[in-house]
Design a protein around this ligand. Sequence first.
Ligand code: DON
Length: 627
Amino acid sequence: MPNPFFLPFSLSRFGALFAAGTVALAACAPAETADRSTGVGYEVPVQPEIATGYQEKPGWTTSEFAVAAANPLATDAGYQVLVAGGTAVDAAIAVQMVLTLVEPQSSGIGGGAFLMNWDGSEIAAYDGREVAPAGADENLFIRADGSPYPFSEARASGLSVGVPGLLAMLEVAHAAHGRLPWADLFTPAITLAEQGFSLSPRLNLILEEDTDLRRDPIARALYYDEDLNPHPVGYNLRNPALAAVLRQVADEGVQAFYHGAIAEDIEARVQGHPERPGTLRASDLAAYPEQDFGRDAICTPWRDWTLCGFPPPSSGHLAVMQMLGILDHLEAAAGEGPGPDARAGAPGLEDGIPSAEWLHRYLEAAKLAFADRARFVGDGLFVDPPARSWESLLDPDYLASRAELVGSRSMGTARAGNPGALSTAFGLQPTQPEAGTSHISIVDADGNAVSMTTTIESGFGARIMSDGGTGLPGGFHLNNELTDFSLTPRDADGLPLANRVEAGKRPRSSMTPTLVFDRETGAFVATVGSPGGAAIIHYVAKALVGMLAWDLNAQEAINLPNFTNSNGPSTLEAGRFPDAVIEALRARGHEIREGDLTSGLQGIQVLPGGGFFGGADPRREGVVMGR
Ligand code: DON
């Protein structure tokens, strides 16, 4: 049945973008009615092409509901589910399945995710993080000569593949918060996988640049021509194997993924890696759905708000709140700011750009937070927190003592603090590169809100695809999440690392899905998150400070230039900071580099008079839709 809401609305949305002259759009397929008739009434949209690179986005105002995701087709699938009366979790599932197809470099059914759902009275947090298989131990990434694999070799291997958690977690979240039938939520992805979708500029670029993906036979046949050039922008990419796998999961539930031909094919691909096979077995997959996915979100008061995020294995919320807490103490000590409990209005922005003074403090606070992250944070099911509580890392007295370490010049690198006794002494994990992740923010018409960050770890994960045993062309990517563990299990003094590999353990994450509430009334205020590896922590912190302390709207906050520090040199987003700011930081002893900091922030905030305002990152292809 044609969807009466879809065409007029979505064309006017995309049309508004086009009219603003800020995003290049080209219709490349007429709207078609899907051949699978369901409650969602899915219609394949006119497919926009959005140029890659920095593209201004207008921000989007809606009155009833909104969905923000990293690709227009994925956003649109969520929109159509919301129009059909689906909940935020229903929409998140439809968005995620389309992302598996159209943004395959970033997330999908071969990976994992953290999902938080606000139902108007409480937050439910679901941990769908991958786990290390039963055959893994702390020497997973150690070669025969005792040295660890170089990161790039560890990544592109069977060794790095964790047991995918996404589907099992989504099925549990759907049982608790879904309204539309599970199978209907797969219709957009199945339809697009069968009919094909327009290959985006960003996917084309990433396919071109990847040096490992062409070696996987399924990926080579799916994405590249005979000369190993990626299919061009606008190419109609079909993925019949993924359509068949999704149809099976839609019709039979996630058991179809964790047992039988799909699980056996995953085992065969991981164990059959030509150079670096992994141990993952079908029995590891069979065990995954038996777990408890529920976690207690950590909610932390900050100024007028309560910020809620994910506990370990995510390091994201803890690090963000450490930085914001330290910044407040520094502002209070300088006699400027409102202090931890007062209203917004802190200094920091000059001509719309974070000032050198604010950046100095932020970068120092970041070093302190990343030092604690490196020593203390690992999977909470395996690792005892300091003083028996992760919240000890956010204790105001502890953060005040950390803030005292910040002077007027750069401290270089920070050492971990001592928030309380540990039952085990942990060594310090060195930083490792992390690069494929996506963020989904949704609010539905009933007042539910979702913040979900989802990943296969690096671009295209382990560079191993599975066709689910279908024998059809195409398939899905297997994650390389296990390289989010420390490759080496111990530090130079022989102390074990909190984030070392252990069988059944989840690797530490930086994913920071966040829900914001009014501290006094408890009313929902915003949902936000980003990809970006360890830099996620900085991207989300920036967006939160922008929206909450600097009173910017979600789009303006997302647009702010990016800045990162993982307890070493600082990186500022190239071309976005005045020379005077860079020179002022260097004069204070900061080692400053400039680089691409490709955040993928998506956020939706409640407008004071009602309705919503959504923003999508100009550095990627995301859009917001709603009504
Ligand atoms: O869980 C994590 O922290 C990483 N696997 C995220 C990787 C990522 O964000 C890559 N992004 N561009």
